[in-house]
Write a protein that binds this ligand. Sequence first.
Ligand SMILES: Nc1ncnc2c1ncn2[C@@H]1O[C@H](COP(=O)(O)OP(=O)(O)OP(=O)(O)O)[C@@H](O)[C@H]1O
Ligand SMILES: [Mg+2]
Length: 348
Amino acid sequence: MKILGIETSCDETAAAVVELLPRTDGGADVRVHANVVSSQVALHEQYGGVVPALAAREHAANIGPVVERALAEAGHPHIDRIAVTRGPGLAPALLVGLTFARALSWKLEIPVVGVDHMDGHIHSNWLSEHFPAADIRFPALNLIVSGGHTDLVLMRDHGSYEIVGETLDDAIGEAFDKVARLLGLSYPGGPKISALARSGDPMRYQLPRPMLKSDTFNFSYSGLKTAVLYLIRDITNNARPLTDQEKADIAASFQEAAIDVVVQKAIRAATHHGIGTLLLSGGVSANALLRERLAAACQANGMICILPELRYTTDNAAMIAVAGYYSSPTPEQPAMDANLRLGQNTTA
Ligand SMILES: Nc1ncnc2c1ncn2[C@@H]1O[C@H](COP(=O)(O)OP(=O)(O)OP(=O)(O)O)[C@@H](O)[C@H]1O
Ligand SMILES: [Mg+2]
C-alpha cells in the first residue's frame, strides 16, 4: 500500500510517499519513496517562537508545491490512501493540511485518514534502516520528548496506548527553548543548547531534578527553567552579561538535569510495567546526549533501546504516513482537533 502523508501541525510543511508491504505477522515493512520537509524556522526565528497566523499563511503557500514535489520524487505512483495530521497542534496550521488532504482525497477518489501527530512521532521508530520494523516487539514503552510533550506511553499494539506518565507543566523541548532564550540563543533552542553544551562543564552548576523522587512517572520542567533563571540572576547580579564559558556551563548543566530525569523515569516505568523494549521519539530525540544516555541505561538494564533516525526526529510526513497505515479510514472525513490526546483518535 502506498500512502501520501501530509503534516502541517506546527512550523514544517511536510509531505511523504511511503510504501508499506504487509507481513504475515500483521506488521509491515516500510519503504520511504519521498520525504519532503519545508521548514519555516527562519520566518519564526525573528519572533522567538511560532506565530500561528504566519505559520498558516506559509503552509497555504507551500502545501501544493511540497505535495507535488513528494509525488514527483516518488515517480508519481498510484496512491492508495492519504494520511494527514488532524491534531494536536496549532488550529490554523492544522486546517491547511486537513483541507488540502480532504480535497485531494475527493479529487483522486481515495480514502483519507486523520492521524494523531504524537502517534506519528511514535511511528518514526518504524522508519529505521538500522532496526527493522519487524523486530519491534510489544508491549513497548515510548518516551516522547518534543516541543509540546513529555510522555511515557505504554504501547500494547499499534493504536493501543496508555499514557503512564506526562508533564504537569512545560514540555522538555519547551524548557530547552526557554533556557536557550535566557542564554540569548535563537529559536528553536534545543539544537543550539546541545551544541553549546559541548564546550561546557555539566558539573559546574547543580540544578534540580524535578519530580525525580516522586512515586508517579510524571514530569515537571517549568521549575528547572525557573532555576536556570535564578542561577543566571545570582551569577550576574543583573549587573553584567554572562561570559561565554558561563553560558556553555549553564547549557551543559541544564541539559544534564533535563536528560537525567527522563532517562531515569523511563527505565523505572519500563521496569515497573515489566517492559523490555523502549522507544524514543519527538524532536528532542535528536539530542545526542539523550540518545547516548538512554541507550546506555537500557543496556545496563537488559532492555532493547530503539532510536529514530535523525532525519525522522523532528516533524515530518513519513512518520504520519506510517501511523496512517495502522489507522482505519472511516466513512466520515477527518476533522481537526487541536487538543487531540493520544489514544483518543476515534473520530478520524
Ligand atoms: N538536539 C536537540 N536537543 C534538544 N532539543 C532539541 C534538539 N533538536 C530539536 N529539539 C527540540 O525539539 C522541539 C521540536 O520538536 P517537535 O518538532 O517534535 O515539536 P513540536 O512538533 O513543536 O511539538 P509536538 O510534537 O509536541 O506537537 C523543539 O523544542 C526543539 O528545541
Ligand atoms: Mg512534533
